[in-house]
Design a protein around this ligand. Structure first.
Ligand SMILES: Nc1ncnc2c1ncn2[C@@H]1O[C@H](COP(=O)(O)OP(=O)(O)OP(=O)(O)O)[C@@H](O)[C@H]1O
Ligand SMILES: [Mg+2]
Length: 273
């Protein structure tokens, strides 16, 4: 295993323009060719009138192709809402979410389902496993539905690295929370989607499993040209990313390029004060 797979700070693509590292959100609205996904003026309100909650307050952000981005911020700051809107799992109240050049708001239900199935992998905060299926069946379900052949070598490698080889015939109720989360990770990874969205993908994992998941995500970016966007509360996890975006009250309030544990923790302290 190379350093790239094990060292949080060593794996990122190190050829970033230092100038760019200080310019904040890149090329918003222009639709730069490098964007795997982007939000333009994304606005999301829950409820109406006095009880309305603004979960996203006109967010502009680009998720650069072949980069690993982490989204951090206090509970309730809109992280899950942003992910769900970007992945077409929830619709925004205003603004646009793009996957590549596709404006998600222009898609019909069937087209959205096909786009999610063919191009995206999603690791949910609540795993969303099918209780009647085994771990192995859950992992291959999206590929099976799409009629896509599963790469058995890749399936074997992922499930073994995630410590699931002995658990593949178990149903979710027979697995621990951490094992269920690893099944959800394997399901998102097995088809090598263009973009992987993860909502706290390591939230329930011990440090060893967490490092495996993050290292697999890092490799997906470095070796398989995938794009990874995760929400995390964990600075160790965020340090694997090329870039960290900080949300507070539905807005992007800061961002770091080539983050380290120290710069992440310092930025978080500033936001939560
Ligand atoms: N279905 C909903 N109906 C009403 N309000 C909601 C709904 N979903 C989220 N919210 C509100 O929107 C805001 C953003 O929620 P979101 O789940 O995006 O936060 P988060 O940053 O992911 O938090 P956490 O770190 O706790 O997961 C919160 O104030 C939340 O209460
Ligand atoms: Mg959340």
């Amino acid at each position: 295993m190379s350093d790239r797979e094990t060292t949080p700070s060593a794996g990122r693509s190190g050829d970033q323009d230092p100038q760019e590292a200080t310019t904040g959100v890149q090329g918003v609205g222009a639709g730069t060719p490098g964007a795997a996904a982007r939000a333009v003026g994304l606005f999301k309100q829950y409820g109406q009138g006095d009880t309305a909650v603004t979960a996203l307050d006109h967010v502009d952000v680009e998720f650069v192709r072949n980069q690993f981005t982490a989204i951090m911020g206090p509970s309730g700051s809109g992280k899950s809402t942003l992910m769900h809107c970007m992945a077409g799992l929830d619709s925004a109240t205003g603004g646009s979410a793009f996957i590549g050049d596709t404006d998600l708001s222009t898609l019909r239900d069937k087209e959205m389902t096909a786009l999610r199935r063919d191009r995206l992998g999603f690791i949910f905060q609540s795993f969303n496993l099918v209780p009647t299926l085994t771990a192995a069946e859950n992992i291959t379900l999206p590929s099976d539905i799409a009629g896509r052949k599963v790469d058995q070598d890749w399936f074997g490698e992922i499930t073994s690295r995630l410590g699931l080889s002995q658990r593949l015939t178990h149903r979710p109720a027979e697995l621990s929370g951490g094992q269920q989360q690893r099944v959800a990770c394997a399901r998102a990874l097995v088809s090598r989607p263009e973009i992987i969205f993860g909502d706290e993908p390591t939230g329930n994992l011990d440090s060893k499993s967490s490092a495996e998941v993050l290292s697999i995500l890092r490799t997906a970016v470095d070796q398989d040209n995938q794009t990874v966007v995760i929400v995390t509360h964990d600075a160790t996890a965020a340090a694997y990313a090329d870039r960290v975006i900080f949300l507070a009250d539905g807005r992007i309030v800061n961002e770091l390029h080539a983050p380290t544990m120290d710069t992440i923790l310092a930025t978080l302290t500033g936001i939560e004060d």
